[in-house]
Design a protein around this ligand. Structure first.
Ligand code: ADP
Length: 451
């Protein structure tokens, strides 16, 4: 059964069900017909015999049988017997040996010469103690011939109905499964051709099969995006590593070419050190990314006084930075969150560094933590250079830098900062959004759920 196609399996089950239903209906029909014909035959026997009672009289010691006496009708034969079992009226087939006992008002079923009969007797009494028996009999196979016809009809109808039902059932299932065959063909074409931009085309529809097709298409869409991102990421990583590497190699070639002065060597080593530091930052940040993404590195979440943590960061940042841009902070106390403190410090420092890095002379950074309902809102706002609106959708992408010439000249910029920030916030079930006006400044807002 397991080897059969679903189409065939459905047809088989359906046909089996049809066999059961049709067989039950036919058996029921035969049973009901038997009931009806038996009742009909018996009723006819009773009716004729009882009617005949009216047609028999005893007048002047003479038995008088009226002309309306029914001797033979609907297979019922009527007879009149004396008390001494002498046949007084009616015609009895010679070979038929009806029972000698009479039972008033009872239908007897008797077998004579291999045939079955109903026999019905009525005692008709007159004055002067005279009485006669009026007897009627009828073959029971009167009814069995009807049932036989029904059974014969059923014998023909039964296979015919089953064949038609199986055929129609198979055609319906085949038609319903047409989109599935199309889907299989499309999926095979996609997997063989490895072209994830292809989609399953099964037309419009709301049924389960179309929903399955839509789900497949959505999955291909996600896979395609993921593959594209992966490709982009690999090429970005190689590109980002190639630049500092070629600078290092150039510096080495240059210094090894001819003897140089000590100053030249110092200059070259300084460049090599800067580029190596950049590569080291890049690789460690990428490592953190992939470790978190693959679940190798897990968040070490603890209930933490977030207000206290942020106050400490702000105080420290004020101490290490010079007066510009000025950090102004407003932190609502006693906001507790379940967070990984080390990761969260990296997020905040990253955002504060960006605000400082992209600031204008005499700029400001406003840092605020507030509770609203069941959420905590952290806002980091600056009045720095801002970001042009066309760059906004991409700033969370890995390696995306708005003005790469400017960013790359700055130490410690890799274009990975915001992507990392977003990843950490989302791992904390938080949400980060940003708005920016070019030339006026940027605002980053993080929303955290409070347990
Ligand atoms: P980077 O290491 O280059 O700072 P990020 O991922 O942290 O990379 O930021 C991506 C880009 O977003 C930066 O190149 C910068 O142009 C822009 N950016 C980030 N923060 C700010 C900010 N506060 N003000 C202006 N531009 C910003």
């Amino acid at each position: 059964m397991k080897k059969l196609s679903i189409k065939l399996r459905i047809t088989l089950w359906y046909t089996l069900l049809m066999i059961l239903i049709v067989a039950s209906v036919l058996i029921f029909m035969v049973f009901i017909s038997k009931q009806i014909t038996t009742t009909d035959t018996k009723n006819s026997l009773l009716k004729i015999v009882n009617q005949n009672l009216e047609e028999v009289e005893y007048d002047d010691d003479q038995l008088e049988i009226d002309d309306d006496f029914i001797y033979m009708q609907n297979g019922v034969t009527s007879l009149i017997y004396s008390q001494k079992n002498e046949l007084l009226g009616g015609y009895l087939q010679s070979a038929l040996e009806l029972p000698n006992e009479f039972e008033d008002g009872q239908i007897q079923t008797v077998d004579i010469n291999g045939e079955s009969y109903y026999v019905y007797d009525r005692l008709l009494s007159f004055k002067k103690n005279e009485s006669v028996w009026v007897r009627g009999y009828v073959k029971t196979n009167n009814e069995s011939s009807v049932i036989q016809s029904i059974i014969t009809a059923a014998m023909w109808l039964f296979p015919l109905i089953i064949i038609i039902a199986a055929l129609v059932g198979y055609l319906i299932t085949k038609h319903s499964f047409k989109p599935v065959n199309k889907m299989i063909a499309s999926v095979n074409a996609i997997s063989e051709g490895k072209d994830l931009s292809e989609r399953i085309e099964i037309g419009k529809g709301e049924d389960e099969i179309h929903q399955l097709g839509d789900t497949f298409n959505a999955m291909f869409e996600r896979l395609e995006t993921a593959f594209k991102k992966e490709k982009q990421f690999t090429s970005d990583v190689s590109h980002e590593l190639r630049t500092p590497l070629s600078v290092i190699l150039n510096q080495c070639d240059y210094t090894l070419e001819t003897r140089k002065t000590v100053e030249d060597y110092e200059l070259a080593l300084g460049t090599i050190q800067r580029q190596a530091t950049r590569m080291s930052q890049l690789t460690s940040q990428l490592l953190s990314f992939t470790r978190l993404e693959n679940g190798v590195e897990k968040l070490d979440v603890e209930q933490t006084d977030f207000s206290e943590l942020l106050t400490a960061i702000c105080e420290e940042q004020q101490d290490i930075s010079d007066s510009s841009p000025q950090l102004i902070y407003d932190i609502q106390p006693d906001i507790f969150l379940s967070i990984d403190s080390m990761m969260m410090i990296r997020v905040i420092v990253n955002l504060l560094n960006n605000a400082r890095q992209y600031s204008k002379p005499d700029g400001h950074i406003w840092f605020e933590l507030k509770r609203k309902d069941t959420s905590a809102y952290l806002t980091i706002k600056d009045d720095g250079i801002g970001i042009e609106s066309e760059h906004l959708p991409f700033i969370w992408d890995r390696f995306y830098q708005v003005d790469s010439s400017r960013s790359k000249n700055q130490e410690g910029t890799t274009g990975l900062g915001l992507a990392f920030v977003k990843q950490i916030i989302e791992l904390h079930d938080g949400e980060i959004t940003m708005s920016s006006v070019f030339g006026e400044g940027s605002t980053f807002t993080i929303k955290f759920p409070i347990n």
